[in-house]
Design a protein around this ligand. Structure first.
Ligand SMILES: Nc1ncnc2c1ncn2[C@@H]1O[C@H](COP(=O)(O)OP(=O)(O)OP(=O)(O)O)[C@@H](O)[C@H]1O
Ligand SMILES: [Mg+2]
Length: 279
């Protein structure tokens, strides 16, 4: 990992705000499959995400987590329910307030890192020179300045994810949705990126919602965790965590006694049957 990466801001122990950034009220989603059958995916998601908090969503595979993000970011409409952002609701502005790093957020292989990162800005109508200046500035701040002219294939998996995060941040959304940003990375890279990403997002004062399958990662990074039920999904339990904020480090958060207690409780909530996949 590049030493130029700044990780200082994670030691901010100021609590997140109590104001609500996103309020989800009785969200429901039912899809129609190829045969015309209705498939209920989200039964009822009612959840308040608070201003500047880092909240993780943990839930069984296929329960509807990505569908929930697609609804929040206006990619798809809910079948029922409401999404209220910062107490106002103009649908057409919802997209610009939200930065969404997709579950498989691939950089375009034919564009340089600089061109990949400036893409979001270009779409908003800024001049190419302006976009490049800002993109280069962001890349330099986060240890990727030397790779601006490189193509994604020249970067490690961790660097590519960092570039994808910068691409999400550069248009300055207030709310960042991260859908399993670490799933393709090796364990050590994940640990380093956890700290980096929490510190970068806190430095920018963002409200963050992270989807992850990794219970430990959720505990190490989050202020709160929402555990979802199997499909059709609902919020099963909400946990206050805050260890990363308290210790100023996701790694140190893992050595707190509450880490294991939370892990056991969340594991029990998920109700995963060990051995169910064995033949
Ligand atoms: N456009 C669609 N049409 C029909 N069914 C869909 C559509 N999008 C998602 N689904 C179904 O909704 C369910 C939930 O999918 P989703 O991707 O939201 O789950 P997830 O919790 O993100 O899963 P994972 O943990 O594997 O990423 C799945 O059964 C999926 O097949
Ligand atoms: Mg998903």
């Amino acid at each position: 990992m590049n030493a130029a990466v700044r990780t200082a801001a994670i030691s901010d122990t100021e609590p997140y705000k109590q104001e609500v950034a996103i309020s989800l009220k009785h969200l429901r989603k039912t899809f129609e499959d190829e045969d015309g059958n209705l498939v209920e995916v989200i039964r009822d998601i009612t959840l308040d995400v608070r201003e500047k908090e880092f909240i993780s969503i943990v839930g069984p595979s296929g329960c509807g987590k990505t569908t929930m993000f697609n609804i929040i970011s206006s990619l798809i409409e809910p079948s029922d329910g409401e999404i209220i952002l910062r107490k106002w609701r103009p649908k057409e502005r919802r997209g610009s307030q939200i930065g969404y790093m997709l579950q498989r957020d691939l950089l375009f292989p034919w564009r340089t890192i600089l061109d990949n990162v400036s893409l979001g800005l270009e779409l908003s109508g800024a001049s190419k020179a302006e976009c490049h200046d800002k993109a280069y500035d962001y890349l330099s701040r986060y240890g990727l300045g030397d790779f601006a002219k490189a193509y994604p294939s020249a970067l490690s998996g961790g660097m590519r994810q960092r570039a994808a995060l910068i691409r999400t941040l550069i248009t300055d959304p207030d709310i960042i949705l991260l859908d399993e940003p670490f799933s393709a990375l090796d364990y050590q890279t994940r640990l380093v990126l956890e700290d980096e990403i929490v510190s970068i997002l806190r430095e920018f004062g963002k409200t963050v919602v992270l989807i992850t399958h990794d219970i430990g990662e959720a505990i190490a990074m989050s202020d709160r965790i929402a555990v979802m039920t199997q499909r059709p999904t609902m919020v099963k339990n909400l946990y206050d965590v805050g260890l990363a904020r308290q210790y100023g480090s996701c790694i140190k958060a893992r050595s707190d006694a509450r880490y294991q207690t939370l892990f056991d409780e969340i594991w029990a909530d998920l109700d995963i049957q060990l051995g169910a996949h064995r033949s």
